[in-house]
Write a protein that binds this ligand. Structure first.
Ligand code: ADA
Length: 553
């Protein structure tokens, strides 16, 4: 399942979930049968394998046609070959990519994907970190049979009017054929038909066409009433429908004023968790069943928001958030990159690619209410500020409908507080520092208001403490579940009752595996970050009920 709803009724789609052959380049001479989506680390021979390897399978094409390969995530670098011809290269485990191949004959074809999860200078974003970089085709993949003239994407932008809603629909259409083609497109949404201007698209070209309409009778999407509608875009040649693309959208707006974040003009308090895509037995290839369980558990604790720390998430998880009215802070891929990491010659391009792929592909999710960048990177340096500014500007060039933010830990020395729409800070009073939680919070907010964050909504984007699941101690010593509960209890009492704070994201929902190749993270007990309120098997710690006492009020 590549999404939680069918995205085509005309275009033929074959999902490529299932067993692929995998041959690691580790000199073992072995070939495995591994599941896709999946992480190779789930195989006992490959638990800690960091290297390269080749996935392969046969695919069947039903007629002479153009073919489009869709990969929602390969960790972390992919080179894709179709019948031995290289058709795609992609870096970053957390964003999707496609490959279009015109003129494919009906019959069987060989599909191979060379995958690399090594750390090197070629990888500026996947570095040894406080989460694990797995290996594999870790998110769903599909083979589409497409017409030479096909819809690449549809963007839906709603706007409140005095009498209800209006919306703009933008189609991106590509012509991969050898001849120019006439564009005849329309879209259907909530009983309204939108017609797009006719155009001639040259061979190898693409165009973007827009149409707008009023929707006086639709119901808004909101956290309490997450109403969704199917938007179906269609291409025709004469009377024949030759391609289509179905999106699922919600009529809602996000605004940020007076220090508050608002959905449809109504202020919201984000009661959130930070969640890594990581689950004991399956690594980052979390299936929908377990994604749904994660959201059920977060909602059971009374949460209404989730931060996709520290990278764009699987679209099926975003689909679940859309259906449940669960608000999302999605962010580009970066965690704790010092200036020397940000000066890696690949850094800026890899960040730019990640932001573009994140927003182009996730734009229509009503649940996403904020875009984040560069968690705890070098925002305390003039060189870092230049890059932060560039990335915020890139986001605004792609989407002006959502606010921007970044989670800083550069306390009292951050140079970028004036750049984002929302100021967010990570603070570990009670764990990494013994500073009194309330006083440290006041000092932080006074500094933020003085140094560029005046009047902006404030989010405490990370706070918490570690506990090893099952370690109980009546003395509430560090690493006990009791101590974690005490720290979260005090933090939530302070942060949720502070008049200037509009959201809290607990660090973190569930324990996650970390990289041993980094000295600091190699000291983490069990090779995990243990600050989850549940462990990596989602077994609740004492803090689960503590959070519920605050979030469920
Ligand atoms: C930082 C970082 C998180 C995690 C956390 C911790 O705030 O943003 O990814 O590493 O520290 O657990 O120390």
């Amino acid at each position: 399942m590549i999404r939680l709803f069918d995205r085509h009724s005309v275009r033929s789609v074959k999902e490529l979930d299932g067993m692929w052959s995998f041959t690691p380049d580790n000199g073992s001479g072995k070939t495995y049968s591994l599941p896709v989506p999946g992480c190779w680390e789930q195989h006992p021979d490959l638990l800690t394998y960091r290297g390269t390897g080749t996935f392969a399978r046969t695919v069947r094409v039903t007629k002479d046609t153009a073919v489009r390969l869709v990969f929602k995530g390969v960790s972390h670098t992919a080179d894709v070959y179709f019948d031995g011809q290289k058709v795609a290269h992609h870096y970053n485990a957390f964003t999707p990519f496609t490959a279009e191949i015109p003129g494919v004959k009906a019959g069987e074809h060989e599909l191979t994907v060379k995958v690399d999860n090594r750390f090197s200078e070629a990888s500026a974003l996947h570095i040894p970190n406080d989460y694990y970089t797995y290996g594999g085709i870790t998110r769903p993949a599909a083979l589409e049979e497409i017409d030479d003239l096909f819809i690449e994407r549809v963007h839906f932008t709603p706007e409140q009017t005095g009498s209800g809603w209006k919306a703009t629909v933008e189609l991106t259409v590509r012509n991969i054929g050898a001849a120019a083609a006439e564009l005849d497109a329309q879209a259907e949404l909530a009983g309204i038909t939108l017609r797009f201007p006719h155009e001639t698209i040259p061979a190898g070209g693409e165009t973007i066409v827009c149409a707008e309409a009023d929707f006086p009778d639709v119901n808004a999407w909101s956290p309490d009433a997450p109403n969704l509608y199917f938007l179906r875009a269609i291409l025709r040649r004469g009377e024949t429908e030759t391609d289509d693309l179905i999106e699922r959208v919600g009529f809602r707006t996000v605004s940020w004023q007076g220090g508050r974040l608002c959905v449809n003009g109504n202020p919201v308090f984000l009661k959130g968790f930070n969640r890594h895509e990581d689950y004991a037995a399956v690594g980052c290839a979390v299936p929908v069943q377990l994604m749904a369980q994660d959201l059920d558990l977060m909602a059971d604790m009374g949460a209404n928001a989730v931060r996709t720390c520290h990278y764009p998430n699987d679209e099926r998880f975003l689909d679940l958030c859309d259906e449940r009215g669960f608000l999302v802070w999605e962010e580009n891929h970066a965690r704790g990159l010092k200036l020397h990491h940000m000066q890696n010659p690949n850094f800026e391009r890899q960040c730019e690619d990640c932001i573009r792929e994140m927003i182009e592909n996730h734009y229509n999710h009503p649940a996403i209410v904020i875009w984040g960048i560069l968690n705890e990177c070098a925002s305390d340096t003039p060189e870092g500020r230049v890059m932060y500014k560039k990335q915020f500007e890139q986001i605004k060039s792609l989407d002006t409908t959502r606010p921007t933010t970044t989670a800083t830990c550069q306390h009292f020395k951050d140079l970028c507080l004036d750049l984002p729409d929302v100021v967010s800070f990570n603070i570990y009073s009670g764990w990494y520092t013994d500073a009194p939680i309330a006083e440290a919070c006041e000092r932080e907010i006074e500094w933020i208001r003085r140094d560029g964050g005046a009047g902006k909504p404030l989010i405490v984007s990370e706070f918490g403490a570690a506990a090893v699941y099952g370690y109980r101690d009546p003395g509430h010593v560090k690493w006990s579940e009791e101590r974690q509960s005490d720290v979260l209890d005090e933090c939530l009492s302070v942060y949720m009752n502070h008049p200037e704070i509009t959201g809290t994201f607990i660090w973190m929902f569930a324990d996650c595996r970390v990289c041993e190749e980094n000295n600091w993270f190699s000291t983490r007990a069990r090779g995990h970050n243990n600050k989850g309120v549940v462990d990596e098997y989602r077994r609740p710690k004492i803090a689960y009920q503590t959070v519920k006492n605050h979030y469920k009020k």
